[in-house]
Design a protein around this ligand. Sequence first.
Ligand code: GTP
Ligand code: MG
Ligand code: ZN
Length: 304
Amino acid sequence: MFTGRIVKSTGSWYLVEKSDGSGIISARLPGKMRLEGLQQTNPVAVGDLVDLQSVDDGTALVRNIHPRSNYITRQATHGKRGEQILAANIDVGIVVQSVRQPQFKTGFIDRFLVTCEANHVTPLIVINKLDLARGKDMERLDEIRNLYTSLGYDILLMSVERQDSVKQLKERIQGSIVTMTGPSGVGKTSILNALHPELNRTTAAVSGFSNKGKHTTTFAEMLPIGNNTYVVDTPGIREFGLVDIDAPGLSNFYPEMKDLRTACRFYNCTHVHEPGCAVMQAYDEGTIHPDRYMSYLQIIESLS
Ligand SMILES: Nc1nc2c(ncn2[C@@H]2O[C@H](COP(=O)(O)OP(=O)(O)OP(=O)(O)O)[C@@H](O)[C@H]2O)c(=O)[nH]1
Ligand SMILES: [Mg+2]
Ligand SMILES: [Zn+2]
């Protein structure tokens, strides 16, 4: 038996970097492990530490998965139940949005932040394609930056075409294992290429017709960018999974609501319609940002 870290997952096969530094090996799961009644559709994810057993043909079998310090999930696609783990054991979770093409959505950011709060991941918000900002975009971006900064979140506005902003990101993630998640076309892979041009990974223009990405990256993969820094590039997703969160618990993951909830009349207040709600009062008084309260309502609706 030996230990390694999953660096690429194609669904049935995994590439594993051996912990003794002797290179990369292909591995798969024994049939039994795949079928175990797990909540996740994929029992092993990029970033997982695993114990392996060598097989005669030069590949290996995954025999044991080490407990995860954290992970990020998305909702399973194609009507499957449950969640899919995008990456495990990460230091920083980056959510990428773009100013335009596709247009950014704060609701997407908020869902990601809730996932991070619930799974003990340190989030970093990246808004890319700043070079495309025009008209009132800059005012709106400043407002968004102030909002998230005031809530205690890290946010970086950048463009892969502006070296100084790429450098800022590089410094921010130095020495960490990082995931990059976000909708298709926002520039996740382009950012990775800008951080480390040697990678030269495939990117594709956003469709002019729908303004949506083309789902260019199809498998999650962990890539070394030097100085002990690793970035997991993931396929574009529409939404993050929020398994195991119930409506009364959701406000625990909104920093501006978490301390207010004890002042609500009902202990299980969902802050939607209840009388004597301290959160709704704060929203009425303007101390909770309307965008944040709207995203909260949208998530509540998606939970039921
Ligand atoms: N103007 C501008 N275009 C950018 C920037 N970053 C990326 N792009 C372009 O956006 C398009 C999509 O970039 P990708 O890196 O493929 O996007 P992705 O997020 O990896 O998309 P998926 O792999 O499909 O999830 C490409 O045409 C890039 O050249 C940027 O900062 N400014
Ligand atoms: Mg990509
Ligand atoms: Zn309330």
